[in-house]
Ligand binder design. Sequence first.
Ligand code: ADP
Length: 458
Amino acid sequence: MNLFKRKTTEAAAPSNQSGLAEMALKYIHDGVIITDRSGVIQFVNPAAVAMLDCGSADKAVGLDYGLLIKLESKEGRELSEQENPLIQAMRTGQPLESHQACLIAGSSGKRIPIAISVLPVEGLAGNRIITLRNIAKELAEEGEQTEFISTASHEMRTPVATIDGYLSLALNPQTATIDERARQYLTAAHAASQHLGKLFQDLLDVTKLDDGKIRPNFIPIEMVGLVKTIADGYIVRARESKVNFRFGSEEASVLGAPHKMSQVVYGFVDTDFMREVLDNLLDNAFKYTPTGGSIYVNVRGDGDRVLINVTDTGMGISAEDLGHIFQKFYRADNSDTRTIGGTGLGLYLVKQRVEAMGGRVWAESAFGEGSTFFVSLPRLSSDEYEKRMIAVRNRAMQDQLINTPQTSQLVPQPTPAPQPAPAPQPAPQPIVQPAPPTPAQPPIQPVQSQINNVNGGT
Ligand code: ADP
């Protein structure tokens, strides 16, 4: 054994507590930043210097944290001050635990997926300890799992559809002759194959966003019109299931908040996501509301948020279930829900899509009294809406210019011969085909009694 060498190594290691702490901060893979109460950086460890791409700790010390730690949502969406969890935690002195976001690194602008935490330290200086953990590897592993589920669901959908088709043929008296007992068995098999088909479709839908197959495509849009167009698609179903269905009912929601449906409310959303969100909420409202019940949908501006509610007078949700309904595969288990088909993925998808648009979803309900699902999304002022519309139009014009074949500017072109008028273009289709008008409905009674409240957020 080389005693001399061993001795020198040991001598180099710090022996006091502060020396050891310094060593840990120097070699740890997580970035650690310490600021004072007002957010001025006091300390940065080497891992944070590398992540923030700020050159050296000396350059960072004395700067405001906001100049160095720039975040986007994990889906790559710009965050307003209200939505930025770091700004909120620093401002309020509340702790922030392992929030997933995207760090925009210094001059390179490289995006690093991180889990960010803020720990306020008691004391006169009111220091804040910010930690940044690079989660690229974790996300890649999760992505592989998601990819597997998505591919498996996709592959399994086809044979399930074939089984479903043959079962339908077997059950159709015009294509097959079967006895009553066989009909019972096949009917049960048919219901199970349909459930399986829906499960694979839902799995595909929820994994699409996680594995990056889709990204939100934000557009500025007037929200009352958008929600109404989607809700209109349910008028026929309401008539068939003999449920009172109203858009913009003057009845307040269960919260009793006043609202004006004549309001013009602008949002910045992905219209496909909005359709998926409302389809799931409305589908549930119809599924869990018996004949003679009522469903109504409202949209209103609420400060800097757009607030949508889908309210029903159906079976309601117990306080115990209410805390779990936004989790994957969760289904309330009671004698009523057992007879109603479902996969337990609808509300998970709703939460996922709403959060990807910078929103929040939650429910208020009491068992046997009906439910209200609220979706709150960032709202645009008229000015912001106009600005974003101009940007959208400019981009569309640029795209058109790029896609239009250009002729050389240097060669004089002959005057073009008069062209026949262009063939008329089909009118743009509404987002949903408008359904026939609904007959006048009696006013809907708001849901009474004690209300349980649950936040759909994490
Ligand atoms: P499912 O496919 O089972 O409807 P969801 O994720 O859409 O899955 O909903 C989860 C559970 O929440 C449902 O199983 C049901 O118990 C409950 N739920 C959702 N919406 C309503 C509603 N409008 N009224 C009563 N219960 C509801």
